[in-house]
Design a protein around this ligand. Structure first.
Ligand code: CUA
Length: 399
């Protein structure tokens, strides 16, 4: 015998079965959600907010402050890509509207009517078939020619590198290292380049696969352990170009960012000359309190855990795990471009790196406040007025 509750359930089920869902397929999502136990009412307001949510990713591309918009090309390599993108996109839109227009026209004009004639079978139409094949082939041939031309532009400096500057890029979880083989310079998170000169970037990784991407200057290139991928980029104008890792590579992938600092040729020459030689270490005999603090920081750096992971040219510190910190004071950012390079941010990082970038290889060293102050004074000391103002974003390099 069925219990009262069972009978109620049975009635509910049968009433469900009697009333089929007659909503249009557009409400499939709502049906699915109701099936999962959600209440959905497609009010006009709800429809509008859904439409807005769907449109957001498209509108995001319209921001006037988009430092990583690849459509805003600032060099020959990225311009070649944009100049290929627009004609193909516009051609695709024209073809789409033409084909959809024909379909809609045919569907409306030749739709079945109650008293209309019976549809007739017919076989082939040579003109239409040949015409559409030839037009399609022509479109593809034009696109192919443009693509080959773009590839020619992008590979020319790689095939004839004598006028180019080669920079080695190494991806680490989660920061970028830049080596200048001709000058023996090593930096982290800031890739400094001269404007108007082709740069050949040789890209690899020491751990997982990353992707090197400076949207305004070039396309993406994977950084793969054991491989050396090469690409060309170039900047037309001075500025700081925002860049980042473009392939998921672990917990801090989103904070694996960097800056390309493009300098005028003479400013770059100055930067290069300064960075080719090791900076002077703080004097250990000075009685100036600020120099005493810097010297204390230098001593802590060499005695403590810092030097096992970090290198500073001209000292015994030659760790290779973390970024080379020579001329650190002149960099734009700290912690792989997690924060701007300011004295306060360097201190916050030293106090507890894991609070700022959880998962980073830099552990919390439980430094005393006095040690934090000394290390910050050492790392942020103004070294050379032309490249560094001491852990402040250099205003000369700002856009
Ligand atoms: Cu490296 Cu994502």
């Amino acid at each position: 015998m069925m219990s009262a509750a069972g009978a109620r359930v049975g009635r509910a089920h049968s009433s469900c079965a009697r009333r089929p869902d007659t909503r249009p397929p557009g409400d499939l999502l709502a049906r699915g959600m109701e099936h999962m136990g959600f209440t959905t009412v497609a009010t006009p307001a709800r429809r509008a907010s859904t439409a807005a949510a769907l449109a957001l990713p498209l509108l995001a591309g319209c921001s006037s402050d988009a430092p990583q918009s690849w459509l805003n090309a600032q060099g020959p390599a990225s311009r070649a890509v944009v100049e290929l993108f627009w004609p193909i996109t516009i051609a695709a839109i024209i073809v789409f509207i033409f084909v959809q227009g024909l379909i809609i026209y045919s569907v409306i004009k030749y739709r079945a009517r109650p008293d209309g004639p019976e549809a007739q079978q017919f076989h082939g139409n040579l003109t239409v078939e040949l015409g559409s094949t030839i037009i399609t082939a022509l479109v593809f041939i034009v696109v192919l020619a443009m693509t080959v031309n773009t590839q020619r532009v992008l590979s020319a400096p790689l095939e004839n590198p004598k006028d180019a500057l080669t920079i080695k890029v190494i991806g680490h979880q989660w920061w970028w290292e830049f080596q200048y083989p001709d000058d023996g310079i090593v930096t982290g998170s800031d890739m400094v380049i001269p404007i108007g000169k082709p740069i050949i970037v040789e890209i690899t990784s020491v751990d997982v696969i990353h992707s090197f991407w400076v949207p305004m200057l070039a396309g993406k290139m994977d950084a793969i352990p054991g491989r050396n991928n090469r690409m060309y980029l170039e900047a037309d104008r001075e500025g700081v170009y925002s860049a980042q890792c473009a392939e998921f590579c672990g917990i801090e992938h989103a904070l694996m960012r960097f800056d390309v600092v493009a300098l005028a040729p003479d400013a770059y020459e100055k930067w290069r000359t300064v960075h080719k030689t090791a900076p002077a270490e703080p004097s250990t005999t000075s009685t100036d309190p600020s120099i005493v603090l810097q010297a204390r920081g230098a001593q802590l750096f060499q005695a403590g855990a810092c030097k096992t992971c970090h290198a500073i040219d001209g000292t015994a510190a030659n760790g290779k795990v973390g970024p080379n910190l020579t001329y650190f004071a002149g960099r734009t950012s700290v912690a792989g471009k997690t924060l701007p390079n300011t004295v306060e941010n360097v201190k916050a990082w030293l106090r507890n790196p894991q609070a700022i970038k959880p998962g980073s290889l830099m552990p919390n060293l439980n430094l005393k406040e006095e040690e934090v102050d000394a290390l910050t004074a050492y790392l942020c000391r103004p070294i050379d007025p032309s490249v560094s103002t001491g852990c402040q974003v250099p205003s000369a390099a700002k856009k």
